[in-house]
Every structure is written in C-alpha cells, then in structure tokens.
Design a protein around this ligand. Structure first.
Ligand SMILES: [Zn+2]
Length: 675
C-alpha cells in the first residue's frame, strides 16, 4: 500500500529550499499536540493568503506558483498526516486528526478556484512535462468542481470535506481498536517459543493478544486449536467494528452524489476515467479474466487443504469443512510437508535488522546510491533515519573502491534525499505496512524528497512473506526518494492509481531469486544460509496457494467495484452476499469491510489497481532478463521509471523502459503458479 491523502494541496515560499551546491538536509518536523493545535489555523490562513495572491497574478508562471502553494501546504500538512498515524501519544494523534479535518478541505478549495483554473487553461506549455502537468491540473479542477455552477460547486466541497473526515475517523477506529483476545496457554498450543515469550500475560498466566500482525499472522499459521484460531480470526475480522460500517455506507452515498453532481452515472465511472483503465467496463473485463484464470487453481488448492485437514483431524476426507481460520494453518502444514518450508523457522534466516540492511544494499547496488545513517530527532527511539547520496567512485576504510558515498577527495556524492524507517508495532500506530511520501521533491525549487517506511514487523526476524512486504514498501520509498520531477505534485508515487503499485510489486522479486539472496550471506555471514535448492523450494511454496490468493484479490476488487457502480448498495450486506458465493463462504458475525481501509482512501474503486499494476510490474521485470543484480538495467529503470514520477503517462514510461508495448503474459503465468 502507499499512502497519499492530502493529494495535492498546497502554498507559499519554501523555507527549507537548499542553496544550489550546498544542499540542506531537511528532516521531518516533530510537532506535539499543542504545536499542531496552535499552528493549524495560522497555516491554513497563510495557505489561503497564498492562494489569493496567486489567483490575482497575471505575469508569473502559474505552474511555479502552484508548486509553491503545494509545497507550503505539504510542509506542514504532510508531517501532521504522518503523526496522525505514528505519534506515540494519543493527544498528538488526536490533535493531528482535528487539524487534518481543517486542512483537507483546502485541497478542494484550490481545485475549485475559477481564477486559477482560468490561469492554467491560458498557459501554452513550454514542453511535454508542462503539457502533462497542465492536463493533470485541468482534470483536478474539473474533478474538484471548478467547472460546476456555484450551487453544485458548494455541495461538491461539502461532500469532499465530509468524505475526508469519514476516512480519518475510519482509520482511527481501526488503528486504535482496543480489542484483545485472552487465551489459556493450552489454547496457544503449536506456537513457537519466541512468539509465546513476546506476548503479554494476565495475572493467571493467560496470554493477551492484540490484533497486530506479528501476533495474529503467526497464530493463524501455527496454532493447532481450531477453536482458538476461530476466536483470533473473528476478532481480527471484526476490527474497526460496526461503527465503521456506518462510516463506509455514508461515504458510498456521498461519492455517488458527487459523481451525479458531475453528470456521471456513478463514482466508479467518475474516478476510473482518470486512470490507465479509463472505464469500469475495462476493469470488470480484467477482473473477469483473472477469475477465469484462477478458478480451477483455487478449487484444486482448496481440496488439497481439505485433504490435509482430514489427515490432521483423522476424519473422512469427504467430510471436513474447511473454514477461513483453517486456511493459513493448513497452507503452512502443506508447505512444510511438501516444500520443507516453515515460515516461522525462516525468521532465523532473515533477522529484521539484517533484512533492512539487505534491502538498502540491494537499492545501493542497483540504483547507484548510498545510504548513510544519521542520528536525527524522531517520533520514537526505534525510528532510524538515512541520508541518501549518489554513489561516487571512492574508497572505504578497507580501501574497497566504490563502497562508500565519498569520492577520493573524501566528498560525498550529491545529496538526494532522506528516508525514515519505523519498523515495529506500537499501541495506536498505523497497523499495516505503508510508505508515506512526507516531502515530495521538486527540482524546480531544489527541494529534496523524504519518504517514510512504516511497518509492523517482529523485532527478531522476518518470515519470507514479511521480507517481501519490506521490499514492496521499500519499492514505494525508492519511488519517492529517487524522484526527480519538476513539480512536487508529480513527484514519485504521484502517478496514476493503477500504476502506483508497479514499482513496489516489482521489487518483491528481489526476495525470491537466488542471485539477489546471495547478498544475504555477504551481509550476515553468521545467519544460516539458504541453499539454491531451498530458494527454489521457497519459490515453489510461494506459487503454491496463488489460486487462493488471487481468487481473494479478485473478490476484494469486484466488491470494491460493485460498491461504486450504480446506486450504492449497503456495504455489509453486499459483502456477505458476495463472499457467500465463494467456495469458503461468509462467516456470520465477521465484518471484513469495517477494516478494509482501501475503500475509505484513494483506492476506492481502485483496489483492482494492485493486479493491474502487477501486469506491468512483472512485464518490466523481463527487462532484467534474469539478471536481477544488473546495475545497468537498474540505473536505466531508475532514470526512466522512478525518476519520472507522474510527469509522463505510465504507458509511455513502461514502453520507453521495455522498448516495446507491455503485455500480460508474465502476469497470467504468475497467478496460475506457472511462472
Ligand atoms: Zn503498495
């Protein structure tokens, strides 16, 4: 997932802009609750003043004006948005939420500015980048309501504001859900020592489980008691609660109304027309093909799991029902038996700190960059910060050429930007994995980017799925920090929604191939080493279960499209009906939509984007021609795809990188486990 909500707001003079040749190394400001509360209104007033000034201008470059306004708003708003998700104290998170509720409407205010719209329309773009930017802005004005009659424009603003507030509340309800599950030690049978030791206990020695990933995922994979798994599964699939279903239904109604204001039949049509897919029909056609491709694979995999359950429980193979809380458990058993892959045991192979170093080293070698850790103030003591430099030929302490970001004269290469890593779960923290582009770069004003990685990993080690997650999110981080776009609003991950997951999904491959994983031995000589045969087993184990994974992804995407097509149906009933038609059915009492955050963010009518992007991700991989560590291809990819952000259409970028039109062969091979 990538997070980008205050998508394009805006204002004023960039105070941190670096002087050319002596780049400043900006960091994220750490506001506390009082500062956020005190500054929120002033910042908004300043942004409005800037907007007014640039609306009245005639002779200046409107794109540069817009860029300054965007940056002014981002400099305050984006750190506040980050803090709403990661601040350690509830007061700061609450103040951040209250402030965002005030700031977010400004985005629509700008998008509804008729004078700015007219200024942008009158521009004759000086090159292709400005042409794309002009088109982006015109679409933003049209979608925001600048072209609507005043009464409809006002209503569009009210709707946008309310949707933003609903989204903030929804994610807060998920992040701060206080639900715990108390289990007796007997109910935790099957769990590894390390996991048991890390859990909280009550006075009677019972385990207290939260809903975070390091707790829930291993439990569902390993706990032998199906009754206990059911308890934990149910708590997880009720996260967010009934309250969130109400928020979701309200958002659906508002989105429908918004689409109608714009003369569109529904929300899906209104948003998909700006994406690569262009029409909901194209999305649905794609989802239909996915379903056809994976249907049999899923059926076969489920019957294998059912057989495993029969073996495990000693019942007649024809009898056992397979439940949703059985899936991960029996998948793990089959993977262990068939491929000798034990996800828990893999944690010894991938210690968390070494996995981070692995990821950084991969990026350094592929993209010709260098990460240098620096102590900077952060929101929590676990958070790490790295400066990112161009890698220049030089010598390190051991005399090894090119090993450090300093040249022979001891000067580092050009400063590129900064990254923060916030890796471990905490109470009240954003509870999935995401990249936050907190400071979008802009070459026009020499503004360097900062991206933040937020995950919820086990401190000791990662299993293979989590190593893929780390690389996935780091793919978004690199997209942000290696961006070299002229304007901040086209920076890095500010690409079309159905392209944004391509760089991140592509980077997952570096967790799968021997050539890349060999690096791990270099980084961690004391770690147990995966043999070539084990890596192949790991990949076979991953391919096993693809039918189940993609059938589920198709269901999520089809559900999302259904909610946003035509008059919105009731969210929970629609899910129960749709899930009820699947092979594993719907579990009465579970409330999956209450924690399906994508539906409340920029992924509304956009969940299909993951698979749509993956078509391009897997096709782009083919350029490496099996040589995953090729620095030549890596640099070309950095220059063509990552550096360009949203300043060229994705189709054109991918074609330029591949030297041909993209195709979906690799994707269909992947989802049917043939790749
Ligand atoms: Zn992602």
């Amino acid at each position: 997932m990538t997070v980008k909500r205050l998508a394009a707001a805006t204002a004023g003079v960039l105070v941190t802009a670096a002087a050319i040749g002596a780049p400043a190394r900006p960091t994220i400001p750490l506001f506390d609750a009082a500062t956020i509360a005190a500054r929120c209104d002033t910042e908004l007033a300043k942004a409005r003043a800037t907007k007014k000034t640039i609306e009245a201008r005639k002779d200046t470059d409107v794109f540069a004006d817009w860029n300054r306004l965007s940056i002014q708003v981002q400099d305050f708003g984006y750190p506040v948005y980050l803090l709403q998700n990661v601040a350690t104290d509830k007061a700061t998170r609450d103040a951040a939420q209250a402030c965002l509720e005030k700031l977010l409407p400004f985005e629509t205010e700008v998008a509804q500015s008729v004078p700015l719209y007219q200024r942008v329309r009158a521009v004759r773009p000086k090159d292709a980048i400005d042409q794309t930017f002009k088109q982006d802005l015109i679409e933003k004005f049209e979608d925001g309501g600048a072209t609507l009659p005043p009464d409809k424009r006002k209503r569009a603003q009210e709707i946008a504001d309310e949707i933003e507030r609903l989204g903030l509340q929804f994610s807060k309800n998920v992040n701060e859900d206080p639900t715990t599950v108390v289990l007796t030690p007997a109910e935790a049978a099957g769990m590894p020592e390390g996991w048991l030791a890390a859990r909280k206990r009550d006075a009677n020695g019972n385990l207290i489980l939260g809903l975070d990933y390091p707790t829930v995922v291993p439990f569902l994979q390993n706990a032998t008691s199906d009754a206990a798994r059911r308890k934990v599964w149910m708590a997880r699939y009720r996260q967010g609660g009934e309250q969130n279903l109400l928020l979701l239904d309200r958002a659906l109604k508002l989105r429908y109304e918004l689409a109608q204001l714009h003369g569109m039949p529904d929300f899906a049509t209104y948003v998909v027309k700006r994406r690569m897919a262009q029409t909901p029909a194209a999305v649905n056609e794609f989802l239909g093909k996915v379903q056809t491709a994976v249907d049999e694979v899923e059926a076969r995999e489920l019957s294998e799991l059912r057989a495993d359950k029969a073996k495990f429980t000693g019942t007649d193979p024809a009898v056992p029902m397979l439940y949703r809380w059985d899936l991960a458990f029996h998948q793990e058993r089959v993977r262990r038996a068939r491929f000798k892959i034990d996800q828990e045991a893999l944690r010894a192979y991938f210690p968390t700190d070494k996995s981070v170093l692995y990821t950084l080293t991969l990026a350094e070698r592929l993209y010709g960059i260098k990460f240098v850790e620096r102590k900077v103030p952060a929101w929590h003591e676990d958070v790490r910060y790295f400066d990112v430099f161009e890698r220049v030929p030089g010598k390190d302490a051991a005399g090894k050429t090119g090993a450090v970001g300093k040249n022979a004269a001891g000067k580092p290469g050009a400063f590129i930007g900064g990254i923060y890593l916030d890796l471990y779960p905490r109470e009240g923290k954003y509870n999935h994995a995401a990249a936050f582009p907190v400071r979008p770069g802009s070459t026009l004003v020499h503004r360097t980017p900062i991206s933040v990685l937020v995950t919820n990993f086990d401190r000791k080690g990662l299993n293979h799925d989590e190593l893929e997650t780390l690389l996935h999110e780091f793919g978004h981080v690199l997209h942000g920090v290696l961006s070299k776009t002229r304007y901040a609003d086209q920076s890095g991950t500010s690409v079309k929604r159905d392209f944004v997951e391509a760089p991140s999904q592509m980077f997952e491959e570096w967790a799968r191939r021997e050539e890349a994983l060999r690096l791990f031995a270099e980084i961690c000589p004391e770690c147990p080493r995966l043999t070539r045969a084990q890596i192949e087993q790991l990949d076979s184990a991953r391919k096993y279960g693809q039918g189940i994974v993609y059938a589920r992804q198709r269901e999520y995407a089809a559900y999302d499209m259904k909610l946003h097509t035509g008059v919105p149906p009731e969210a929970m009933a629609t899910w129960a009906e749709l899930e009820g038609k699947t092979r594993l059915g719907h579990v009465e009492g579970s409330l999956f939509p209450a924690s399906f955050g994508h539906l409340m963010s920029g992924y509304a009518a956009g969940y299909y984007s993951y698979m749509w992007s993956q078509v391009l991700a897997l096709d782009m991989l083919s350029a490496f021609d099996g040589k995953l560590m090729s620095a030549d291809v890596g640099r070309r990819y950095r220059q063509t795809i990552l550096a360009s952000g949203g300043q060229r259409p994705p189709q054109a970028l991918v074609e330029a990188f591949l030297g041909r039109k993209p195709n979906s062969d690799a994707f269909y091979a992947e989802i049917t486990g043939r790749r």
